[in-house]
Design a protein around this ligand. Structure first.
Ligand SMILES: Nc1ncnc2c1ncn2[C@@H]1O[C@H](COP(=O)(O)OP(=O)(O)O)[C@@H](O)[C@H]1O
Ligand SMILES: [Mg+2]
Length: 282
């Protein structure tokens, strides 16, 4: 928290005037934008929280930002280049971003060991290290070494977890494994969409610590502009206050409040934000 160095670097991701209108399923109802002209930027090494109640447009905004959904108006730029369909910027953005979802078990194949699930994105991208899947190498570059490294980074014991199956894991452990699976491709942008919502309350603090330590590590990069950025989506302001640098509050597809996390927590300008604070669970 409180990353002050990032102010001098250019944003890694910029969204301008982002708008998305879904085709209405019911007849006679006026089309309403799920995301309505949002400007957003993300600095290297920064953690941005997108907050708002269910249906406010958080997931839609994040999919627009990562180039997974085409905006009806507005544009996204990644590392200074417009993200257009099929463009080099769109490909780099897809390669450089990784996702963590609400339900960890959805991203872990029940038939695969945790080690295999965590290694899989690397294999799929054709970016496996040297050596056979489960071989470790003296120089630490074997695939199993890389898996062990990310499991340790999320506070899971590689020796125990590598050969375990999802059914052996608690919800909190499974979410950590899902985070390891996201980290193994060394993303520049980590998107976590309601990562604590499906985990029981007792495990939430642990997941939060995991994200905190990942971000702290990313900020220790020699070159600040290489630090991983994170977008965390939540309907719970309490969950993000310990990890986010900046907060953006959405209501019905529009930004109603935005600023450094401390300013939002100490002096919420909008009554809506004050309500969210009052309902915070952590
Ligand atoms: N694929 C879709 N088709 C039609 N409407 C959608 C679709 N996805 C989301 N919506 C609508 O867009 C609005 C914003 O949804 P969403 O981005 O999922 O919000 P949040 O993540 O904040 O809960 C909601 O009204 C939702 O019903
Ligand atoms: Mg959502």
């Amino acid at each position: 928290m409180g990353n002050t160095d990032v102010a001098h670097t250019d944003p890694i991701l910029i969204g301008k005037g982002l708008t998305k209108v879904y085709a209405s399923t019911g007849s006679g109802t006026a089309l309403k934008a799920a995301v309505d002209g949002i400007d957003v930027s993300l600095l290297p090494g920064e953690c941005l929280a997108i907050i708002g109640e269910s249906g406010s447009g958080k997931t839609t905004l994040s999919r627009l930002l990562l180039g997974q959904l085409r905006p009806d108006a507005g544009q996204v730029a990644y590392q200074g280049s417009p993200v257009l369909r099929g463009s080099a910027a769109a490909k780099s953005l897809a390669r450089d971003s990784a996702l963590v979802f609400q339900n960890p078990f959805a991203s872990l194949d029940p038939r695969w060991t945790i080690g295999r699930s965590v290694a899989e994105p690397l294999l799929a991208a054709g970016r496996r290290g040297s050596g056979h899947l489960w071989h470790r190498r003296q120089d630490g570059t074997g695939l199993a070494d890389q898996v062990a490294k990310v499991l340790s980074a999320v506070q899971l014991d590689p020796d125990r977890l590598m050969t375990a199956y999802p059914s052996d894991l608690s919800g909190g452990q499974a979410q950590r494994a899902a985070i390891a699976r996201a980290l193994i491709v060394k993303p520049r942008i980590l998107l976590a969409d309601e990562p604590m919502s499906a985990v029981d309350v007792s495990a939430r603090v642990g997941i939060l610590h995991t994200f905190q330590s990942i971000m702290a590590r990313s900020r220790q990069q020699a070159e600040p502009s290489n630090g991983m950025s994170m977008i965390i989506i939540s309907h719970d302001l309490g969950v993000v206050q310990h990890i986010a640098d900046r907060v953006m509050v959405l209501v019905r597809g529009k930004v109603v409040e935005e600023g450094p996390v401390n300013a939002i927590l100490n002096h919420p300008k909008q009554s809506y934000t004050r309500q969210l604070l009052a309902a915070a669970t952590l």
